[in-house]
Structures are given as structure tokens and as C-alpha cells.
Design a protein around this ligand. Structure first.
Ligand code: ARG
Length: 601
């Protein structure tokens, strides 16, 4: 008896947090322990393969074959079936498991305990999906969006904004301490060009706000002059030097330019419900000066034709730290920013959400930062989250007909218009109040734009098509939003019927059971996202939940109504509770994707 007691102490898994219970990881660690106990001399096989959703069981462990092979290599000949049986014998106690058996060539079938799952779901019903505070939350810095001042924000920045916001939401939800940083391009040569132009065209720019509404046009004009007029070019450079040494007039002009851009960016963030702290390249000016001195003193900088560069033995390219005219670069600001984030912000993890075109830049940055001692990878994680380009319907880079970059504001406007047209097409304008209609059209428009982005593997390019993303069938935001409004209306239609939360959640029907298991994969999905930063896992999960819910609803009566009077005759409370739990998971999941939900649309 003593022995079995010890065994259960060692193996039983303590469920810390019902809201974030991860069945997959519990099973994986149970089996990993069992395998170690069954075959103590075998080298570590890593995570045993445990998968959900087979026809024959709730979960399955398929590690027997792999173990057989390893044993064979040691001269031991055992059948996979015998291996599976031995592993099962060594399995520790865990109340989420109802029963385990071995079938065929060594598959281990796992059945989950209905009572335990009921207990977990009941907890979620009563307490909502609110994870317990972490004992060791990490300081996570997420660098995303980062448009450039005086240039229009484009679809590449849109992707970064959508992915970065959603990742931030996931890390915040789990309980980490997230700092969202907008590393905008607000420093450098382009500002010298712009200020030089202002000096020519608006000599009193310091007292009167110049008409910088059309900043982009200015930017283009100044660029033309910069490339064609050597005198202008020289003056532009002088302006950069003056700006970077904080001459008041130049700083004043620069501030005006940034204000105009900031206002434009802010409009987009407001529409998309994205919060982010602006900390542009300019923020690091004095820190760049310091880090350059430090790198110089420590001998990390190398002279290359007047430039100062930094190599790491691991990287194929250097970073340019000081230009031949003495100015700093994008590289310099990233080195200074990394140092600031580690030393001042005490980051445990820094995540950069930037288009894949910059992967080499960030790889080089990481290697050089490790080489010169700014980054200790055993203490601070630095992750690059790249993404592909947005393609137009012609499969070429997304552009307007005239070949210009697409203005984000007009893209969002078009989305709203198309969403409204769809709703009108369905006659919803006659059913919904004006307020409801407005909520619905923005939820659909911004929701579908975000979802179309997030549901693809981020590293692939994806095709931007309003027609596709506004479809109400298939894996789209519209489908999910409709599914959710349907669930909400089932619950709301109950009206005065009381719903006794103490009634037992119904899990006996095959479809009820399937829905419960699907819902409980939530935390597994989130933890995967914290490893590979791929939000399409969450989209797939939500799509799965919605379709599984529909299966359940088609097969299981929730409410019976009198066919003549339409009056409610019977309520299956145990199922209504399941509807409520599904609502909680779906609305939480959509919120993590940054998608607003509605009750009617
Ligand atoms: N402003 C840059 C661009 O538009 C992106 C900045 C990304 N973040 C960073 N720390 N480098 O390309």
C-alpha cells in the first residue's frame, strides 16, 4: 500500500487552474512519466505522441512503436503491444482519466472522466474563463505596428498591427506583464529632407502650423529634390545633424511633422481597437550615443570605408552602427532599443512582429547583441515573428489600380461599406435598430479583415479579397459571428425561464461529449501560440467549436416549443448550460483575436 501511495504522489497531476486546464499537456506528462518508469534505462524520448479526437477514444498515445525501435536498437525484442501494456501498468493516478486500454499494434486508448469534465465546465460556468494569476509572470515586450512618420501606413503595417495586437492579447490573457511598443520610424535622414523643404516653402513654420496635411506629397517632393539637387541634399544633411543635436527650431519642425502622422495612425488604432505605446526611434538618441561609445571602447566596432560596423562571428552580414557622415542608422536604434528593453524595462522576452523581409536584420541583430554581451539568451528570449506579404486579387503585391500603396483608412472604409451592403442585402436593416446595424457593420468589417489575416499561417503570403472574407460560410469571421449570435439568442430566448446553474451539465449524448472535449482544447491552443506565435491555431479552434456546436444543436433539443403557440414547453437545462459555456469560450476566443462581438446582426 505504501508503494502505491508513493506512486500516486509522484504521478498524479495537480490541476492548478480550471480555466486554463490543458488536457493534452496533463496526459503528455503522465505518459512521459509512465514511460520513464517502465523503461528507466531508455534515453529520454522527449514528448510522447498524444493526440485528440480519434474515433476509438477521447485521446490516444502512440509512443509504443517509437519505444520498440529504441529497445530493438539495444537488442531487446518486444512487441509494441507488450510495450503499450507495460506503459499502462506504470501510469500514475489522475482523475481526468476514466479508463485506459491497449488495442491493435500498441495503441493506448484513453477515455476521459465525464464527471471530471463536468466539474471543470461547471467551474468555468460559474467563474468565467478567467485564468488564475501566474506565480511567475514574465515581462513580455511586443514590438509591433511600427509605421513610419511622413509616410502612409500600409498593409504590411496592418498585418503587423493585427498580429501584434492579438499576440499581446493572448499573453495578457494568460497573465503575463505585456508592454506593447510602437517603434515608429520618426528619426533619420527623411526628416532632414522634410525640414529643408519647410525652410524653403514655409519660412515661418515655427510659428504658423504649415499645411502638412499632405505630408506624403511633401515627402515625395523633398525626396525628388534630395536626389536631384546637390545643394538641397547638403542642406538636408545639415538639418539632420541639427535635429539630432536637438537644435530647438529643427526639433519644433520635426514635432509638427510627427504630430500630423500620429493623428493619422491614432485614427486607425482607434478604429481597430488597438492600444500601443509609442516609443519611436528618436526616443533612443542619447542611448544610441552611449551604446556607440561603449561598443567603441570595448573594441566591437570596425572601420569600413568610413562607416563603423559590427560583426558577430556567427552572422553573414554586419550591422551598420555609424554612417560615414557620423549619423546613426536603423541598426543603431535597434541595438539601443534592445539594450534599453533588457536593462531598463527588465524584459524576460522580446517579440518583434515585423514582415519576413526583415528576418535577416533581426537575425543579425540577435547574433551581434549576443556577441557584444547586450543579450544573454539564457536569460532573455528574443523572438522574431515574421509574416508574408498581402497579395491583391491578381496575386501580385496588394496595390491600388494606379499602382500606389493602398491607404489603410480607405481600405477600412470600403470594408464597412461592403459589410453594410451585405446586411442590407439580407434585409437586416429592417430588423435591426440603427445602433445595432452600426455595431454589426463595424464588427463584421474590422472582424473580417483581422480574421482573414490571422486565419492564415502568418509566414505565408495571403490574398486580400473582400468577397471571400465576407462570405458567411466556411472559416470566416462572419460565420463565427453568426454562430455566436445564434448561441446568444438561444440563451436570450429563454426569457423568464430560470436557468438553474446547479443543474448538472449534460454530457451523455455523443454530440454533447464531443462539444465538451472540443471546448477544452482551448488552453492547449493558447500554449501552442506562445511557442510558435501562430494565431491560425486559435482561428481553427474557433471554427471547430462553431461547427461542433452546430452538430450538437442539430442533434440535441435544447428547448421544445409548442408548434402551434410557439410557447416554450420544455427546457433542457443541462444543454442550455453547455450553450452558455460555448458562448464563453467563443466570445473569449474572438476577443483574443481582437474581434468585437455582437448579440444581433
Ligand atoms: N518602421 C519599420 C518599418 O516600417 C519597422 C520597425 C520594426 N521594429 C523594430 N524594432 N525595428 O519597416
Amino acid at each position: 500500500a505504501k508503494e502505491s501511495n508513493e506512486k500516486s504522489n509522484m504521478d498524479s497531476v495537480n490541476i492548478q487552474d480550471h480555466a486554463l486546464i490543458n488536457l493534452h499537456s496533463i496526459l503528455t506528462s503522465l505518459f512521459s512519466n509512465a514511460i520513464k518508469k517502465a523503461y528507466p534505462t531508455l534515453e529520454d524520448i522527449g514528448q510522447p505522441a498524444v493526440s485528440a479526437g480519434s474515433k476509438f477514444a477521447d485521446y490516444q498515445c502512440n509512443a509504443s512503436m517509437q519505444i520498440c525501435k529504441l529497445l530493438k536498437a539495444k537488442g531487446e525484442n518486444v512487441s509494441p503491444n507488450a510495450v503499450a501494456k507495460k506503459v499502462v501498468e506504470c501510469l500514475g493516478q489522475c482523475d481526468i482519466i476514466e479508463k485506459v486500454d491497449v488495442s491493435g499494434p500498441g495503441f493506448i486508448n484513453i477515455w476521459l472522466s465525464r464527471n471530471k469534465l463536468k466539474e471543470i465546465l461547471k467551474y468555468i460556468l460559474e467563474n468565467k474563463l478567467k485564468p488564475k494569476p501566474l506565480t511567475n509572470p514574465q515581462r513580455v515586450i511586443i514590438d509591433f505596428s511600427a509605421p513610419n512618420v511622413a509616410k502612409e501606413m500600409h498593409v504590411g503595417h496592418l498585418r503587423s498591427t493585427i498580429i501584434g495586437d492579438s499576440l499581446s492579447r493572448v499573453f495578457e490573457f494568460i497573465g503575463h506583464d505585456v508592454l506593447r511598443i510602437n517603434h515608429i520610424g520618426d528619426w533619420g535622414t527623411q526628416f532632414g529632407m522634410l525640414i529643408a523643404l519647410l525652410q524653403d516653402k514655409f519660412p515661418d513654420y515655427k510659428t504658423v502650423s504649415p499645411p502638412i496635411k499632405d505630408l506624403q506629397k511633401f515627402y515625395k517632393q523633398s525626396k525628388v529634390l534630395f536626389d536631384s539637387d546637390p545643394e538641397f541634399k547638403k542642406r538636408a544633411y545639415e538639418c539632420v545633424v541639427k535635429l539630432q543635436s536637438m537644435s530647438p527650431d529643427h526639433v519644433q519642425a520635426w514635432k509638427l511633422i510627427c504630430d500630423v502622422s500620429r493623428e493619422e495612425f491614432q485614427k486607425i488604432y482607434k478604429r481597430l481597437n488597438v492600444s500601443i505605446v509609442e516609443r519611436g526611434e528618436s526616443f533612443y538618441q542619447s542611448r544610441m550615443e552611449n551604446v556607440v561609445k561603449e561598443l567603441e571602447n570595448k573594441g566591437f566596432l570596425e572601420n569600413d570605408d568610413g562607416r563603423k560596423i559590427m560583426w558577430s562571428p556567427e552572422s553573414s552580414l554586419p550591422l551598420t552602427i555609424v554612417k560615414s557622415d557620423g549619423g546613426f542608422t536603423y541598426d543603431t536604434s535597434d541595438v539601443a532599443a534592445l539594450k534599453q528593453r533588457i536593462e531598463e524595462e527588465k524584459a524576460d522576452r522580446i517579440i518583434y512582429v515585423v514582415d519576413s523581409g526583415q528576418s535577416v536584420h533581426f537575425e543579425t541583430l540577435k547574433k551581434c547583441a549576443i556577441h557584444c554581451g547586450i543579450l544573454d539568451p539564457s536569460k532573455v528570449l528574443m523572438d522574431f515573428v515574421g509574416f508574408g506579404v498581402v497579395l491583391g486579387e491578381d496575386k501580385k503585391k496588394f496595390k491600388t489600380r494606379s499602382g500606389d500603396t493602398v491607404r489603410l483608412a480607405s481600405l477600412l472604409d470600403e470594408g464597412v461599406k461592403r459589410a453594410r451592403d451585405k446586411l442590407v442585402e439580407k434585409g437586416r436593416d429592417k430588423v435591426l435598430t440603427d445602433e445595432e446595424l452600426e455595431l454589426a457593420e463595424t464588427a463584421i468589417a474590422y472582424g473580417c479583415i483581422k480574421y482573414a489575416d490571422l486565419c492564415h499561417n502568418r509566414s505565408h503570403d495571403y490574398l486580400f479579397s473582400f468577397d471571400k472574407m465576407l462570405e458567411d460560410k466556411g472559416n470566416t469571421a462572419v460565420y463565427l459571428l453568426y454562430a455566436l449570435t445564434r448561441i446568444r439568442s438561444i440563451i436570450n430566448n429563454l426569457g423568464t425561464y430560470t436557468q438553474d446553474l446547479n443543474e448538472s451539465i449534460s454530457l451523455d449524448h455523443e454530440k454533447e461529449w464531443k462539444l465538451a472535449k472540443t471546448l477544452l482544447r482551448f488552453s492547449e491552443v493558447l500554449s501552442k501560440i506562445t511557442e510558435d506565435f501562430c494565431l491560425h491555431h486559435l482561428c481553427e479552434y474557433l471554427y471547430d467549436v462553431a461547427t461542433t456546436f452546430n452538430e450538437f444543436y442539430d442533434n440535441c433539443y435544447c428547448i421544445e416549443k409548442n408548434s402551434q403557440t410557439g410557447e416554450i414547453e420544455k427546457v433542457y437545462t443541462g444543454r442550455i448550460l453547455l450553450c452558455k459555456i460555448t458562448e464563453e469560450y467563443m466570445s473569449t476566443g474572438l476577443t483574443l483575436l481582437g474581434i468585437n462581438t455582437v448579440s444581433r446582426m
